[in-house]
Design a protein around this ligand. Structure first.
Ligand SMILES: [Zn+2]
Length: 239
């Protein structure tokens, strides 16, 4: 398998590998020229991640696909009218002439997720007595969610694409962190009460990480830029 990669120099002690979106990065300390050692060492890991990415790419039908709570939506470019999410015809309309299209859709998706998350938190706070201080939603680069020592929960906007039971799982996971900081045995015991299939869900989440990367990329892609913009998405087969 020949996975394309990009070399990045950072102030690190040891070379390491990471996926940024769908791109494999080889992070090297300054002065190290040859990436072959870390690539060889991480070979099994890279191949496993790459397989998951390929599966994710296959699951996204086209560059006009999006998903809201597991339901397929079609991205459509329009000449007249506002950029918006339409629940009735399961479409996301992006206005050609509007440079703020992406931001507007972003805002709506955030609102859609916020409403969902609030109702999930409402359920759980009644049953489990977990209550976060504040809830933030951002398009985060590395995590589905996190919980701060101040009792605030941060959730990734990408959750808006996931089937509802998975959103529930991530929310419940972070709420449980209000009580147990790390991933201790007590932590997993609580998770297990509500989600006995959490291992399977964690695997699914991993796959969805890449699927949602592609879906959000689809929102920023404009047809007139077709040949230049989309290379990093569906074109990522091994050379
Ligand atoms: Zn956790």
């Amino acid at each position: 398998m020949n996975v394309p990669f990009e070399i990045v120099y950072r102030k690190v002690k040891y070379a390491r590998l990471e996926f940024k979106g769908l791109q494999l990065l080889v992070i090297l300390p300054f002065g190290v020229k040859d990436p072959s050692k870390v690539l060889e060492k991480g070979k099994v890991w890279i191949e496993r991640q790459w397989k998951i990415i390929q599966e994710a790419v296959k699951q996204v039908e086209s560059q006009y696909s999006f998903m809201i709570f597991g339901e397929p939506y079609t991205i459509e470019y329009i000449n007249n009218g506002y950029s918006r999410v339409s629940f009735t015809d399961k479409r996301i309309y992006l206005s050609y002439g509007d440079p703020k299209s992406y931001l507007k859709i972003h805002c709506q998706l955030k609102w859609i997720l916020k409403v969902k998350v609030e109702s999930i938190i409402g359920d759980y706070s009644l049953r489990f007595k977990f209550k976060p201080n504040r809830v933030f939603i951002w398009k985060q680069k590395t995590k589905w969610g996190s919980c701060s020592s101040k009792g605030n929960i941060t959730l990734n906007l990408k959750l808006v694409c996931l089937p509802e039971h998975m959103v529930r799982y991530v929310v419940f996971h972070e709420l449980t962190h209000l009580k147990f900081k790390g991933h201790s045995r007590e932590f997993w015991r609580t998770i297990n009460m509500e989600f006995p299939n959490h291992k399977e869900l964690e695997r699914e989440l991993h796959k969805y990480w890449f699927i949602t990367e592609i879906l959000f990329q689809n929102l920023t892609y404009y047809p007139q830029l077709k040949s230049t913009r989309y290379v990093g998405g569906h074109g990522m087969s091994s050379p």
